[in-house]
Design a protein around this ligand. Sequence first.
Ligand code: HXC
Length: 278
Amino acid sequence: MSPDVSSIFRPGLLDGQVALVTGGGTGIGLGISTLLADLGAHVVIASRKPEHLAGAEAGIRARGGAVSTVALDVRQPEAVKAAVDGIAQRLGRLDVLVNNAAGNFYAPSATLSANAWKSVVEIDLYGTFHCSQAVYPVMAAQGGGRIISTSMTLHYRGWPLMAHATAAKAGVDALTRTLAVEWAPQRIRVNAIAPGPIPTEGVRKAFTPPADSGVPDVFAAAEAKMAEYARKGIPLGRWGTPEDIANMVAFLASPAGDWITGAIFVIDGGEWLAKGGG
Ligand code: HXC
């Protein structure tokens, strides 16, 4: 039974469903985990960091949601497969995968270390592939499923100091379109969301440019400055929230999205169209 919480979606919309949300213990991922659980899904939150798992699990349980956790680094394909197989065995199915885990930071391409490049591309792109590949047999055997991956808008144009993340997210877009076509016969719908600026703690940290880089620090401290940026830089006039993103994930996870696959939804208040960045 769904908890008694307010949402534009009907209570019980995802009753009986099982959803895995990577990086689902903080920020945007936590918003997604919370809404899916509110709508009746059993949500499995995956994170590398145990401290992110415990708090998120307790918070969702306190709302009446069904939730469990798994410690997981999406860069490790064998561990991903073991985690997914464990969920399928324990809960009997896996209907929704949200590839939300991401790593990001500003760094000049000329001096980016090989390991720094690898870390971000492995989390954002390889991780998305590893998790998608791991859920495929489970979803195919049960007659379908939904994969929703997190992209962004920064790679729609050049974005200095983000070569690693923009390359990885461009790969996520390509992967989304290809898997959508390849796995449609198995009724696995594969879509992506591209969030604009949402001032969660993780995003603020990742999007703080090095001093003297010439890149504007859109999350720079003062709330008044942030409000001014939203007024001038975001056509819809405000920063995004995790709920803005979670609502699209819930829509895509629900039967309302039954004829949607291979789509990438920009959710950014119109920012990149106006400005060329996310
Ligand atoms: C240059 C850096 C760096 C930085 C790390 N490195 N931070 N290089 N500038 N700011 C380098 C390290 O020196 C090291 O290279 C390599 O990257 C790996 O670093 P580790 O800390 O050992 O790796 P790890 O512990 O695996 O951490 C992965 C990480 C980290 C990506 C580096 O930042 C992380 O865990 N991030 C997860 C949380 C996160 O970033 N969330 C934000 C997502 S926001 P060397 O050569 O020294 O070994 C997002 C935005 C969405 O994605 C779009 C909004 C518009």
